[in-house]
Design a protein around this ligand. Sequence first.
Ligand code: BGC
Length: 842
Amino acid sequence: MSTVIGEEELARRVGRLSVEQKVRLLTGADFWTLYDEPDAGLRAMVLSDGPAGVRGQSWDERDSSANVPSATCLAATWDPGRTEAIGALLAREARRKGVDVLLAPTVNLHRTPYGGRGFECFSEDPLLTAQIGAAYVRGLQRHGVGACVKHFVGNDSETQRMTIDVRIDERTLHEVYLAPFEAICREAGAWAVMAAYNGVDGSTMTESPLLREILHRQWGYDGLVMSDWTAARSTEATAEAALDLAMPGPASLFGPWGDLLAEAVRTGKVDEALIDDKVLRLIRLASRVGALAGDPGAPPAPAAAAGPSGRDAPDSLEVAEELRAAAAAGFVLAHNDGILPLSRSVPMQVGLTRPVRVAVIGPNAEVARTMGGGSATVFPPYTVSPLEGLRAAGLNVTHAPGVYPHARVPAARAPWLLRPDRSGTGAEVRFFAGSGELIGSELRDGAAFLWRGGFGGAEVTEPVARLEIRCAIRATVPGTYRLGVSGLGRYRLLVDGAELFDTTLTLAEGADFGDALLHPPQALAPVQLAGGQSVTAVFEHDLSSSPLAGFFTFVQVNLEPPHGTDEVEIAAAAALAASSDVAVVVVGTTAEVESEGFDRTSLALPGRQDELVRQVAAANPRTVVVVNSGAPVLLPWARDVPAVLLSWFGGQELGNALAEVLLGEAEPGGRLPMTWPATEDGLPSPRPVDGVLAYTEGLFIGYRGYDRDGREPLFPFGHGTGYTTWSYDSITVDCDVPGDRGPGGVSVCVGVRNTGPRRGREVVQVYASRPGSAVERPAKWLAGFAGVDADPGETVTVGILIPERAFQHWTGQAWATEPGTFTLSAGPSSASLPLTAELERP
Ligand code: BGC
């Protein structure tokens, strides 16, 4: 989209501002908002995370947001059209919440499945990431909301993410890690880019020459580059690099710019022309999102709509339907011996049937993970667990949790957590002044609280010195409940007036401010309760006892209800399965395993979930396993059960989508956007050595590495089956395909036939290869793809456009195409390519 106000006028407005006015604009006003500047006709813009929804400016469950499926689930749709529609839905959410720029999508690559934020990134493949990411951006920006594509570049793991220096060779950098950013900046025209925390080849990304060299010079990028939160750590070096905006603000608390930068300009250490360019980019962004008035001095009102309304509310039927369809379209049926789809009834004698009895088993059946943890967190208006979804579909369902997979005690929740007056799930928070006077309170619906820059809404005007979280814990069964708190500083817990602890929680050595939010220390105490008994718990906290008091306060009330030993729970689950017609085991990860801020240390399912699956499958051979993880986990039993369905972090409608897919009312449309490893052997490490993380595998990311090493994955890249079957009949190069193939691009037409019993969707994938190449290359790489729907018996020809870039390599200075013969292979996955054709390049 071009700017609404012409370039000359934008430049004139920059020229009107003093150095102080300009520099002020280049650091956030607070965590999420930027400054306004009436002299330029600029209102304050608002930024928000991203990418699982639009959280808005608060971190508060009462301010809910539509929770869309994880990036991995969207990528698994291989459907840019559907992803663009999700982008448009997010744009409506952004407008509803008064947000101008969404800090999304995350287009770092799945260099290794250990990457803690894998769920937030699309794929291991640059082309798939580029196409899905570009669609997400188009969906947002077509509706006037800016995308901020992140994290530029090499932020593909979390270990020491603030300080590591990532070493990527030139060719790999261009062909693999920059490729999605390039497509999204150039083709989808993302209005903003976020510079990562890490360094690449010796420079931290907010000071990196790559910002100017790649973004400005090579790609002609005219958008804005903002820092990741607190990633700008120097004044002059960041100003000279093409960093435009230091986040968050204000500069007096966080930024290295502010007065220091103004002084550097005044003393000639930083050229004012650099500042002008940054401000120009900022007001160009403002113009694009509608934050710039036609006339200076009259900024338009923020575009926020007031509160949830009608069809765009995050809990509306329309939103639910779209999120449910997107989740189902991304679910990957990795293995099915014919047990799926399930039938609603089982035959009895003499032509009669009875409803099928389904044992729904597993820790994630009752509390599904609909999103991963960290800054991507949003507060959905509701979530549908697999258990609820299957029940709502009218199935005769029983449940057993099977095992308890948590190492840390999770957030307290219903049915145990109640407000102190027992009126519903949640807690009351009371705020006290230094004098001890009660100055405000609020009723909350959850157990996690984050305050930044103010407590308890507008009525709390005095500084808060102490807070109390008051709630009730009601026992469902008799036993020992472990009750406690996560946070930093001094906490006292009183249960029915008796003190259970008075302790000070501190961060481990070497932890950074993100750790205080992402995995803060816990204090716990056992509470013995009779069945039905309820007690009142009060957590007291002195704000000054936390080292982060001036920045933010994060507190979570934690509760672990009594549970049997894993042996007892597994035996109960197996017995339930044995007495049912079919068992659906929902296994998955926990918040301790997949989150921003740390990488995974193991790819195994946490706790004894593997044993649970084996014992349930032994008790009832009709066992379907649903995997609720954002990224690959090891499934050592996958070949021994009749069906494995990967549901990712499926968003708020996860359980309903699951019911539709298991019953065959919706097609499991997904194909793997990354390789699922059979073992942990041979995977790239996310562990830096002496602060350096070397991408020693070079170009051989994901399936390219498997091909090179001759390793067998559990499930290959691109794999997934639906409820019908396909034959691949023909391939033609240079055929008639509508659309722009660009200079040097080619078209490929693939004929496929639905050979199965029902209508279905197939993702036709085309890979390029170059036997006998003079340059080192992967055995094959994805060159294009397209989804197609067809009825039983129907033959369709799928047209796929392949840009010239698919045949090019980076020489160190430029892109080049090696003349000669390339092979194009088409099929349903990277491991099954029945059709090939040759292509001559001059
Ligand atoms: C994350 C970003 C996020 C930012 C603001 C950072 O820690 O890396 O992805 O947008 O915080 O929440």
